[in-house]
Unconditional design. Structure first.
Length: 325
């Protein structure tokens, strides 16, 4: 089930299912709000979005109430998470999936939001979007690519191809918006060749794996997995988290894998990715490409969790097309 696309005049509600808006600087909030308003969207905030405890989050009750109110409000057409975090999976047993199924809306965020997005697909059958959070819109420089793919995915209906960004950054942009470090991209990394089409499942790998063995994990059959991880990862941690996913009974029905760009602190390299891939015979018969423009570096695409993608990988390069979103 795909929600209606956002259009000028629509209300977008900002919610905090993980970390609070309270950690976001006022100038970043204002830039984000103005950028969304420039798209013609009207930004509102949930009642408990500023609530913050010692975990920089809020109570399960407050977070559930805000999510339920956002999905139930007929005036709200889109929902943006503030940022990621660590604890959105606390909400799963209390989430009203029937309410979400009856009120499908554009729901966008990334990182820890992965738990909610894949659970919503599994339990409500609603497509959600891995893409910029509200705080992401507060980035002054280097945001054009991210903004363009957000619009392609949640404000337009046509299929679109993912093109490599010309530059990328892994700096703490919110600390000093004037002095940013951008580097040329080095190209996508083809790990195994092939062609595939399938429904998209995935997001942040360590968060997705929190759903393994639960009723909130989507069916992996006939899927293309989009997977990434952040600075807390490393080649060893990525290896074992990926292996846990490969052990799922239905993994032999996965049709392809697209891996996002790693943060520098992870110490992941093309050489490590190749070595890890070589130890995974489950991946060798299907197309796999890495270093694609999504994850915790910037800029990054928006892609539909539950949508449909086509993947072609050759030794010379790769093509990813989002057909249904």
């Amino acid at each position: 089930m795909i929600a209606p696309k956002l259009a000028p005049g629509d209300e977008v509600r900002v919610v905090a299912p993980s970390r609070s808006l309270g950690i976001i600087a006022q100038d970043v909030r204002e830039i984000a709000r103005h950028r969304l308003e420039h798209l013609g969207l009207r930004v509102t905030f949930s009642d408990h979005v500023e609530e913050m405890d010692e975990f920089h989050s809020s109570s399960v009750r407050s977070r559930l109430q805000d999510l339920h109110e956002a999905f139930a409000d007929p005036n709200v057409k889109g929902i943006l998470t503030v940022i990621g975090g660590f604890n959105s999976n606390q909400l799963l047993s209390g989430l009203d999936f029937s309410l979400i199924r009856k009120n499908p809306k554009i729901f966008c965020g990334y990182s820890d939001t992965t738990a909610l997005q894949n659970a919503i697909l599994a339990k409500a059958g609603v497509v959600t979007y891995s893409g910029p959070a509200f705080s992401s819109f507060g980035m002054k420089k280097g945001f054009d690519y991210t903004l363009a793919y957000f619009c392609k995915c949640v404000m337009e209906t046509a299929p679109f191809s993912i093109e490599e960004a010309p530059t990328w950054s892994d700096d703490e942009w919110y600390l000093d918006q004037k002095n940013r470090q951008f580097d040329p991209t080095t190209g996508w990394l083809s790990l195994s060749p092939g062609e595939a089409q399938g429904r998209i499942v995935g997001g942040n790998l360590c968060t997705l794996n929190l759903l393994l063995g639960t009723e909130y994990m989507p069916d992996l059959r006939n899927t293309i997995l989009f997977l990434e991880d952040d600075y807390l990862s490393s080649p060893e941690i990525w290896d074992r988290n990926l292996q846990a996913l490969l052990h799922q009974p239905s993994f032999n029905k996965v049709r392809g894998v697209v891996i996002g760009r790693f943060q520098r602190e992870s110490q992941m390299s093309h050489e490590f990715l190749k070595k890890i891939h070589n130890t995974k015979p489950e991946l060798h018969p299907i197309p796999v490409v890495a270093n694609v423009d999504f994850g915790h570096t910037t800029p990054f695409i928006t892609y539909p969790i539950g949508g449909v993608a086509r993947l072609t990988v050759t030794e010379e390069g790769a093509q990813v097309i989002i057909d249904e979103h």
